[in-house]
Design a protein around this ligand. Structure first.
Ligand code: NAD
Ligand code: UDP
Length: 310
C-alpha cells in the first residue's frame, strides 16, 4: 500500500487512475481545482476511506506526505487550454515546480503526464522518443506544448541536480467514458454530434491523422511506468498506434452509432498537427505494455457512456 497524490485527479484520465489505484489498495489524494474536471467523475469514490479529495490549484504550493505523485493537472483539450493560455502555461510550469519540490522533500517518485504535443507538427512518422519535435513557440497551441516541454526540462533538471526519482510519460490521444461532453476534443464531439443526429464537424479536409488509446489501457501504462524498477525514467510514448484520418474516424463513429448525421467541413485551426501516431517500441520493451482494447470495443463503451449522460 502506498500514499499516492494525483493532481488533476477529478479529470478524465485522473478519475480512472484514482479508481484503479484505490482498487489496488492504495491511499489516494485527489487534488484538483475543477477547471475541466468534475466531482461527478469521482463522486463514487467520496466516502471511501482510501480516498481524499482536495480542492487546490497546483500553481500554489501543496504539502503532504506521499510516496508517489502523478502530475496530471492541466487542461488537455485545445478549446480549454486556449481559453486562458497564460493560466495553462502557469499550470504546467509552476505546477511541476511545486510537485517536484514536494517530491524532493518527501523522496517521492513523480510521474509527469506529458504529451505527444511535445513533438508539435512532427516531421517524422510515427513519432519516436528521440525526436525533438517541430513546435511553434508563438502559436495558439504553444501555451500547452511549450508548457509541457518546459515541464519535461524541469523533470530532467531535478533528476540531474537533485536526484529526484522521475518518470516522464508522453500520452497520445486517449478517449473513453468521463470525457467532458463539452470539451471539444474529436472523440467526444463526434460521438455527441452523432447521437444527436447533428452535423459531424470535420476540421479542414479531414486528412490529418490521429491514433486513439482507450483509457483503461492508458491507466495500466501509467501505473507500469510509475512502478517500473529498471530505473527507466523515459520519456516513453504511451498510446495506441492504430492511425485514422479524421474523416475516416467520423465515418466510423457514424457507423457505430447508426447515426443520420452528415459530415460538414469547418476551417482547420492553426498549427493543427498533420500526422500523429506513436511508435511504442520502447513501452513494449521496457514496460512490457501494449494496448489491449480494440478501437470498436472502446468506442462502443464510450458511446454507451455518452448515451446515458446527454
Ligand atoms: P482533463 O482536462 O479531463 O483533466 C485535467 C484535470 O486537471 C482536470 O480535472 C482539471 O480540473 C485539473 N486542473 C487543470 N488545471 C489545474 C490546476 N491549475 N490545478 C489543479 N488542477 C487543475 O484532461 P485529461 O484528458 O484527463 O488529461 C490529463 C493529463 O493528461 C493532462 O495533463 C493532459 O495534458 C495529459 N494528456 C492527455 C491526453 C488525452 O488525450 N486525454 C493526451 C496527452 C496528454
Ligand atoms: N477535430 C475535428 N472536429 C472536431 C474536433 C476536432 O475535425 O469537432 C480534429 C482536430 O482538428 C484535430 C483532431 O480532430 O485534427 C484531434 O483533435 P483533438 O482536439 O481531439 O486533439 P488534438 O490531437 O488536436 O490535441
Amino acid at each position: 500500500m502506498k500514499r499516492i497524490l494525483i493532481t488533476g485527479g477529478a479529470g478524465f484520465i485522473g478519475s480512472h487512475l484514482c479508481e484503479k489505484l484505490i482498487n489496488d489498495n492504495n491511499d489516494v489524494i485527489c487534488l484538483d481545482n475543477f477547471f475541466t474536471g468534475s466531482k461527478d467523475n469521482i463522486r463514487h469514490l467520496i466516502g471511501n476511506n482510501k480516498f481524499e479529495l482536495v480542492r487546490h490549484d497546483v500553481i500554489n504550493e501543496y504539502l503532504a506526505e506521499v510516496d508517489q505523485i502523478y502530475n496530471l493537472a492541466c487542461p488537455a483539450s485545445p478549446i480549454h487550454y486556449q481559453y486562458n493560455p497564460i493560466k495553462t502555461i502557469k499550470t504546467s510550469v509552476m505546477g511541476i515546480i511545486n510537485m517536484l519540490g514536494l517530491a524532493k522533500r518527501c523522496k517521492a517518485r513523480i510521474l509527469q503526464a506529458s504529451t505527444s504535443e511535445v513533438y508539435g507538427d512532427p516531421k517524422i512518422h510515427p513519432q519516436v522518443e528521440s525526436y525533438w519535435g517541430n513546435v511553434n513557440p508563438i502559436g495558439i497551441r504553444s501555451c500547452y506544448d511549450e508548457g509541457k516541454r518546459c515541464a519535461e526540462t524541469l523533470m530532467m533538471d531535478y533528476y540531474r541536480q537533485n536526484q529526484v526519482d522521475i518518470r516522464i510519460a508522453r500520452i497520445f490521444n486517449t478517449y473513453g467514458p468521463r470525457m467532458a461532453v463539452n470539451d471539444g476534443r474529436v472523440v467526444s464531439n463526434f460521438i455527441v454530434q452523432a447521437l444527436k443526429n447533428e452535423p459531424i464537424t470535420v476540421y479542414g479536409d479531414g486528412s490529418q491523422t490521429r491514433a486513439f488509446c482507450y483509457v483503461s489501457d492508458m491507466v495500466d501504462a501509467l501505473i507500469k511506468m510509475m512502478n517500473n524498477e529498471n530505473n527507466f525514467i523515459g520519456p516513453v510514448n504511451l498510446g495506441n498506434p492504430l492511425e485514422f484520418s479524421i474523416l475516416d474516424f467520423a465515418k466510423l463513429i457514424i457507423k457505430l452509432t447508426n447515426s443520420k448525421s452528415k459530415i460538414v467541413f469547418e476551417p482547420l485551426p492553426s498549427d493543427d498537427p498533420v500526422q500523429r501516431e506513436p511508435n511504442i517500441s520502447l513501452a513494449k520493451e521496457k514496460l512490457n505494455w501494449e494496448p489491449k482494447i480494440d478501437i470498436e470495443e472502446g468506442l462502443r463503451s464510450t458511446i454507451e457512456y455518452f448515451k446515458n449522460i446527454i
